[in-house]
Design a protein around this ligand. Sequence first.
Ligand SMILES: Cc1cc2nc3c(=O)[nH]c(=O)nc-3n(C[C@H](O)[C@H](O)[C@H](O)COP(=O)(O)OP(=O)(O)OC[C@H]3O[C@@H](n4cnc5c(N)ncnc54)[C@H](O)[C@@H]3O)c2cc1C
Length: 465
Amino acid sequence: MAQRPVFLIVGGGYVGLYTALRLQKKLARGRAEIVVVDPQPHMTYQPFLPEAAAGSVEPRHVVVPLRRTLRRCRVITGAVTGLNHAERRARVIPLEGEPYELSYDILVMAAGSVARTLPIPGLAEHGIGFKTVGEAIYLRNQVLARLDAASSTDDPEVRRRALTFTFVGGGYAGVEAFAELEDMARYAITHYYPRLSTADMRWVLVEATGRILPEVDLDMAAWTVKQLTARGMDIRLNTRLESISDNCVVRLSDGDEFSSDTLVWTAGTKPNPMLTETDLPLDERGRVVCEPTLQVRGLLDAWSAGDLAAVPDLTKESPGATTAPNAQHAVRQAKRLADNIVRVLSDKEPMPYRHKYVGSVASLGLHKGVAQVYGVKVKGLPAWLMHRSYHVSRMPTLDRKVRIIADWTLASMFRRDVVPLGQVHHPRREFLLAAATGGTNQPARWAADLPAPKETGMLRRASGN
Ligand SMILES: Cc1cc2nc3c(=O)[nH]c(=O)nc-3n(C[C@H](O)[C@H](O)[C@H](O)COP(=O)(O)OP(=O)(O)OC[C@H]3O[C@@H](n4cnc5c(N)ncnc54)[C@H](O)[C@@H]3O)c2cc1C
């Protein structure tokens, strides 16, 4: 190995950021070059995305800037599209410019997961996921813009379609986003839309299995369904999305059909498909096969953890059990992984990763939540407080913790901020209109006069224009 080995960390999310932070802290300056490659210039703290979508925290505060945090690392904004570990070379597509190859000595594969979609007619054209800060910002604008649209027309069909919000997938990401956004829309209608009633809204959560929130016990999941149903939300268990048509008619496997401008897909994730362009060993689910030490099986100097890694779960008796894809494991695995790399560099044996899952906390809107931690079941306000205090304590960097607490404090002092900023999705529209009318003061006929935005369906409507 080179005197000053190059560490390549693919992905600057939970695992990538925490591994890099620990390595830059533990390795003496100049001992290694740490290179972090990620298409985004920031790590996203995904558990706060539902609160960002609901406007309880500023979206910028739920992301951690990589360049500012990883001062002793080289950050490349781009994507690794594949790698040959036998030759220690990775292919990188930078944000701009030609793809190139990057040589390295030690690999940390931490590119996470992507939405697990199905070939459902219309899904790719009309659906949106819920994994990025862009999607959270978009959905907030979409929901609020739909209230504006419904309130500004007398056409009953347009109103019904605008006020119907469909979510597919009842894991914590889906349930939290569903509940938080409904809570925001309910507040907005109650306070600012006299022409609308909360009863006009229809929020549908479609779940293929017989329960939601698999992370908590069945009684807690059933309690959550009861709470959401009491808010007028429609939870369809044992039901699948069959299709969504060009004019936004959603068809479900139980035979129901309705129009919905908003379709959010949160039905699980799968390992980053980029792994198939590598020579790393993958299991039948497409995950990197790891030893309990987080070394990639059978390879020297390759490590992995997080959503894309099959890490043996040493706390479970069943043979072949692997750790679940969640932040709790990702953060702890990253720390063990970095410590193990340092141990190996010091000719010590790496240690196995072992962590017993302690439970889940989920927010269901302002002052509402559900939690099950160390077997203790908590509901309502105490669970919501647990959700907030746990996640702010886990948020990387003091700067972000303080900003989030400041957001919450300010929000508690004023009315809820429910203005849609849908213009950010089509920032050139105003300018194009000015150019198209040539300053002749022609009446603005938005939809007819402007070039069609690239996106279709729901995306086209998000601007609220
Ligand atoms: C809405 C939501 C809420 C959640 N809430 C919770 C919760 O309450 N509790 C909990 O335990 N877990 C929660 N999770 C799950 C948790 O966020 C993930 O398990 C965790 O982020 C996994 O960490 P990771 O490092 O493996 O992946 P990520 O954090 O997703 O990081 C992967 C990184 O790789 C980058 N990347 C992707 N492709 C490439 C490429 N080709 N080259 C280079 N980089 C690439 C991505 O941009 C990203 O930055 C939630 C997830 C979501 C979506």
